[in-house]
Design a protein. Structure first.
Length: 374
């Protein structure tokens, strides 16, 4: 028997985990004030970049003594800048429970070739034992595992009196989860995630302890130009005042400003987190009542509220068939699980997604599964 196709489609079927859905009501017209055709070093260009830094601090609730800079190559560039510039002064404890964390493990071992490295690994769906992390070393971890849908529950496992630095890849957590900056020395993300900005730009946030490391430690390897945050042994303060290392897209900067102003009008970080929580709750309730779907996260307290990942009863072709069916119907785009993750689906629930669109998606998920397994 052919399953009955739903009638109502999501108004906005963009559920990709990056680049993510644009803010509600977005149109290209919102970018008409962009500083295009002008140098990013012009007074107007620098003013736009400074405004974006100031709004990032306000909306994300970054402490006043932390530095915020825009850097090349999205979150990847920001993380690599931190690893190349800061590691090597101490041993390293590095955590991984999905593909991007595993990438940083390989980077530290095979590219930087550090020897005093302790790995804390866990399979998809689980977290490593956080109690075994040695904070006399530098610690590298992702806050939210984008490809597994598993996040750390909070920052309580990180001691305030740690000796090493904490370097946190927060790209699918920033603006949707409460980052405990008192426990984080480096935070990185890209604005194409929770705020739905256009890609290619990364953000790096440094604590005073991280700045001190930069000014007192010189890594033993040659430093690529785009990773250099110091000059003459001192922090290059201009990077954190809008004087970017390379040329940014002022159109992308304007798009980020539009999203930040939307977030501020919405009510700031608390409102953004609440939207993501409500969205993830819609999917969680559906998964809990579904006979064929199961959240990839093994524990409720570690379930992501942004990149919700779930497996399906059936062979590994079922998720691919479902994703293809839903895309063809215009009901959901880009929801296939990450290529290195267990077979399943991944649906973005960040703050720019409308809860009504997720509710409209649920009957389509049931239809697609029934169709794919008929």
């Amino acid at each position: 028997m052919t399953p009955t196709k739903p009638v109502l489609r999501p108004e906005h079927p963009q559920f990709s985990s990056g680049p993510c859905a644009k803010i509600p009501g977005w149109t290209p017209e919102l970018l008409k004030t962009a500083c295009v055709g002008r140098s990013h070093r012009s007074n107007e260009g620098k003013a736009r970049l400074k405004e974006a830094i100031a709004l990032t601090r306000e909306v994300l609730e970054v402490p006043a003594d932390y530095r915020i800079g825009f850097v090349p190559a999205s979150d990847t560039g920001a993380v690599e800048m931190a690893l190349w510039s800061l590691l090597g002064a101490r041993g390293v404890d590095i955590l991984a429970w999905e593909s991007f964390g595993e990438g940083w493990v390989n980077h530290v071992l095979k590219q930087l070739k550090l020897r005093d490295v302790t790995k804390h690994l866990a399979p998809y769906g689980e977290l490593p034992d956080l109690e075994k992390v040695n904070f006399s070393n530098d610690v590298v971890f992702t806050w939210n595992g984008t490809t597994s849908g598993v996040r750390v529950p909070d920052g309580n496992w990180i001691p305030a009196d740690r000796q090493g630095l904490t370097i946190c890849d927060a790209t699918s957590a920033a603006f949707a989860q409460n980052l405990d900056f008192s426990k984080l020395d480096v935070v990185t993300f890209s604005w194409q995630k929770v705020l739905g900005g256009e890609g290619a730009h990364g953000v790096i946030i440094l604590s005073p302890r991280a700045v001190e490391r930069l000014e007192t430690y010189v890594p033993p390897w040659p430093m690529p130009k785009i990773f250099r945050m110091t000059s003459g042994g001192k922090l290059n303060a201009g990077i954190f005042e809008g004087e970017t290392i390379n040329t940014p897209s002022m159109l992308c900067v304007e798009d980020y400003l539009v999203a930040l102003k939307w977030a501020k009008r919405l009510g700031g970080l608390g409102a953004l987190c609440a939207r993501a929580d409500a969205n993830a709750g819609v999917l969680d309730r559906w998964i809990s009542g579904s006979p064929f779907a199961k959240n990839l996260s093994k524990r409720p307290e570690t379930q992501s509220n942004t990149s919700v990942c779930f497996s399906l009863v059936g062979d590994e072709t079922v998720p691919k068939k479902m994703a293809k069916l839903l895309e063809a119907e215009g009901a959901a785009f880009d929801i296939g699980g990450y290529r290195d993750a267990p077979p399943g689906l991944r649906i973005w629930c960040g703050a720019t997604v409308e809860t009504s669109d997720l509710k409209a998606l649920l009957p389509w998920l049931d239809w697609a599964y029934a169709t794919a397994t008929t």
